[in-house]
Every structure is written in C-alpha cells, then in structure tokens.
Write a protein of this length. Sequence first.
Length: 426
Amino acid sequence: MNMNRFIVILFTCIIYNAIQAQPTISLYECRSKAETAFAFKGANEIYSTQMSENLKKLKTNYLPTLGINAQLIWQSEVIELPIKLPGLVIPAMPNDKEQITLDVAQLIYDGGLTSKQSKLEKNSFEINKQSLVVKTYRYKEQVNDVFFLTLLMQEQSELFKALHEELNKRLKSVEAAVSLGAMLPNNADRLKVEILKVKQQMQEIEANRIAGIALLSHLTDSVFAPNSVLQNPNTALVEFTGLNAPELELFNLSSSKLDLMRQLSYVPNLPKARAWGQAGYGRPGLNMLSPDFDSWLMVGVAVNIPIFDWNKSKRDRNIIATNKSLVEMEKAAFEDAQKASEIRLSAEIKRLESQLQNDAEIIALCEKITKSAAARLENGTISATEYVTELNIETQARISLKIRTVQLNKAKIALLNLMGKLDVAK
C-alpha cells in the first residue's frame, strides 16, 4: 500500500514538473518583442541623420561664399577715342582681355527661405517618424491576429485531448462488457472509430498550433518552444475616450507640411539682399582705357525685388490647397472607418458576452445528458453510436464556449487598440 502511494506521488510530481516546465507566452510579451524586432526599427536613426545633415546644409546659406573666377576673352572691337589731340598719344587697346577675380558674397536677407526650409525639413522628419509608428502599429496588429488564432488552436487542443481521454475510458468499459457478453462488439468498434477521428482532429489542430508558435517566433524574432502555453489576455475594458490611431497624427503632420509649403510659396516674391566683394587682377583693370595689367577691389550690396512671376506662386498655392483638401478628406474617411469599427466591436462584445452566458447553461445541460447516456451505455440500454452523438453535442458546446471566449478577448483587445490604450491597459 505504501509502495502504491509512493508511485502515485512520484507520478504526480513528474506531471507537475512537466507542466511547470512549459514556458508561457503573453500577448503583451509578443507585442513588446515584435516592436523591438520590427525590421524598420532602426529607420528612426536614419531619418534623424538625414534631417541633421539637411539642416546643416541649409545653415550654410548664412555663410559667405568664395569663388575664384578667371576668363580669357578675345573681341573683334575695343574702346577707342575718335579724336586726336596734339602732343597726346592715346595707346590702342588690345583685342584680348585677361582677368582673374576672387568673389565673395554674404547673404543679408533671403525672404525667410532658409528658416522655412528648416521648418519643412523638421516636419518631414516628424512625418517619417510617425509613419514608422503606423507601420509598427500595424505590425503589432498582425501579431495580435496570429496570437489569438494560435490561442484558439491551443484551447481546442485541450478540449479534444479531454474528449480523447473520455472516449478511451468508455471504450475500456464497453470492451469489458463485450468480453462478458453483455454488449455487442460493434459498440466497441464504433468507439474505436470515433477515437481515430478525434485523433486525426488532434493532429491537425496540434500542427496548426505549432505553426502558430513558429510564426510568433518569427514575428517577434524569438525562439518559443513548441510546447509553449499562450496566456489568455482576459483584458478588462477601460472607459471609451475616443479613437487614437497613429494614422490621425500622421494626417495632422501631413496637413502641417502643406501649411509650411504654402508659406514657402510666398518667398520667391519677397526681396532678397546680399553683400558682395571682388578683388581682381587683369587687363584691363577698372580703367577701361588702360592697356596695362592692373589690380582692383570692389564691394557693394545687391538687392533683388521680384515684380511678376506670371502667377507661378499663386498656382503653387492652389495646388497646395487642393492637396490639403485631399488630406482632410482622407482623414475624415479614416475617422469614419475607425468609428464604424468601434461600433462593430462594441456590438460584438455585447453579443459574445450574452452568448457566453447561454453557452454555460447549454454545457451544464449537455453534461447531464452525456452523463446519463454514459450510464445507459454501461447498462447496455443504448448503443455506442447514441452515446457518441450526445458526447459530440457536448463537445461542440464546449468548443463554442472556447471560441467565443477567445473571440471576446480578441474583440476587447481590438477595441483597446483602436483607442490607443492597449499597451496602457496591460
């Protein structure tokens, strides 16, 4: 007796350790790892480097420019005085001209061009960064879908394992009755057929479950064991405070970019001013009547005031206004779609919660019917086929309960995700 008790305790410990050894996977763990593993994760650093380099390039507009220019020209005619004065010899000018200059220019005012271009560059960086947030958001949604599909396979696998054990238990009782001549052999055969069918379903479900685990490993750049157990999120809903999808911020940034582009369209029509200087050496110098090589120095201020651009800037603004209208329309359409999703998910959650209450009552009744059928099977008053029919009805009820439970949690997660509060509510 003591030996039997020891064996039972040892077997229990082995089973307990096997269960304990099974690693668990949570949805939030997968989402966190997916965000880290996302292929575009390093794009932020690239976008930041691009912006930094472009801003540095724009700042050079405020720095002076230096350039060396040289020219060698031959011309068919030169300046000459058509008069002759006694005692005064005016040398003839050569037909060739040689000059080399050092030119310096310093921007004084560019109409706000550089400043507005810098703002536009920073806005483009924010758009790129937010686009990455949107891509990550959608990638994590894909992780959600795979997680819940795999969780559903896991729940069904547990049900069919229990069904398999129950059928084997009944088969032993029926085989014992058959051996005593109290029951026909075809009853045992009917149970064996059902056991084989259940085994096939178990194999299919298990293959899908393992494939789901492998896909989660791929999406999260992790190595999850095939026997890993997925934790049902069972997340409680928080108060609905409105939609907060990352696409909305992307629309706002795109609209802001168009506003900046509109401001930039006025710049070509604004005055520009620069200071300049030139040091040169060549022939002729500043004295155009001297045939000798000479050096010179000039400084000055240049102002450019555009008068008419054939309405080019106005047309640019019209195009920008049209593009902004399109962005606003896309945003409105997206908000409508999000609102429709919120209404659908809220209705689905209420429906599933109501159906789950009915499922619990249905299962309770099915358990009574199946228990009665099992007793009658052992007494030989019904066939194995009749018992299997009742057992399958109960199994289907349990499957429906598991499916709706997973669907309910998935709908809650989807609604939290729609509100932008999924990772906050964990």
